[in-house]
Design a protein around this ligand. Structure first.
Ligand code: ATP
Length: 233
């Protein structure tokens, strides 16, 4: 579904991705774990088209994304739920969700909204309230629900567990797992390596702009190198 080969990206003269290779197959949950500053967010931005690429290639469902701008990628079915959620605080919950469906004007928008509320009942309760008043966990749910309103076949999730209390982290990872049932493929970037590897099919470890380890998530979780560096055991 998503193939990344030799991907390079830079901020000014400083290259931060030095030739990244990864693959996501249809229906998979794939995670990229790594420390703060490893380049995970930059990778997702390159995929969603909000960060320039200086080398290598990205293809999505067999099509090169080289000349496809960010909004065109969403049309193709590739959506991102960005780091820090970036919800519109002054707009209501429902208005935020409607923005996620900006590509569509058909009757299915109402149905998608109903699906979002079924998935996140708390958002239904608060649908007419400003999104800025939601708790951190609720805002994360809104960010995911808003991305789903764009009807993606592949969702890029940037650190959905960041800053959340453990109970909410578990809830968010459950939500990510449930995306399988909706036939949404997921690329999940996380610093919470244990939580991400527990729900993923496969994983990649990123260190200073390079993929250093790759494999089935179950193998990575027991890999001594990963246990020592990322799982604190
Ligand atoms: P985090 O979890 O903190 O977001 P990350 O793995 O997502 O970390 P990136 O945010 O992609 O890492 O950052 C990779 C490198 O690029 C870091 O060294 C960072 O300082 C640098 N960087 C990120 N954004 C910019 C920017 N806008 N301008 C210059 N350098 C940047």
């Amino acid at each position: 579904m998503l193939t990344v080969e030799g991907l390079r990206s830079r901020y000014g003269r400083i290259e931060v991705l030095h030739g990244v290779n990864l693959q996501v197959k249809p229906g998979e949950i794939v995670t990229v774990v790594g420390a703060n500053g490893a380049g995970k967010t930059t990778l997702l931005k390159c995929l969603s088209g909000t960060q320039p690429v200086s080398g290598g290639s990205i293809s999505f469902r067999g099509q090169s994304l080289a000349s496809v701008p960010a909004h065109g990628r969403l049309k193709l079915g590739l959506a991102q739920s960005p780091e820090g959620r970036q919800i519109f605080s002054n707009l209501t919950v429902e208005e935020n969700l409607r923005l996620g469906a900006f590509l569509y004007t058909d009757d299915r928008v109402a149905q998608d909204m109903g699906d979002a509320f079924a998935m996140f009942p708390v958002l239904k309760e608060k649908r007419n309230l400003p999104a800025g008043g939601l708790s951190g966990g609720q805002q994360q749910m809104l960010a995911i629900a808003r991305a789903l309103m764009g009807r993606p076949s592949c969702l890029l999730l940037d650190e959905p567990s960041m800053g959340l209390a453990p109970l909410l982290v578990a809830q968010i990872f459950e939500v990510v797992t449930s995306l399988r049932d909706r036939q949404v493929t997921v690329l999940l970037v996380e610093q919470n390596a244990y939580g991400a590897l527990k729900i993923a099919d496969r994983g990649y470890v990123m260190e200073t702009g390079r993929i250093t380890i790759a494999g089935p998530a179950g193998d990575l979780i027991t890999d001594p190198r990963i246990r020592e560096a990322y799982l604190g055991t």
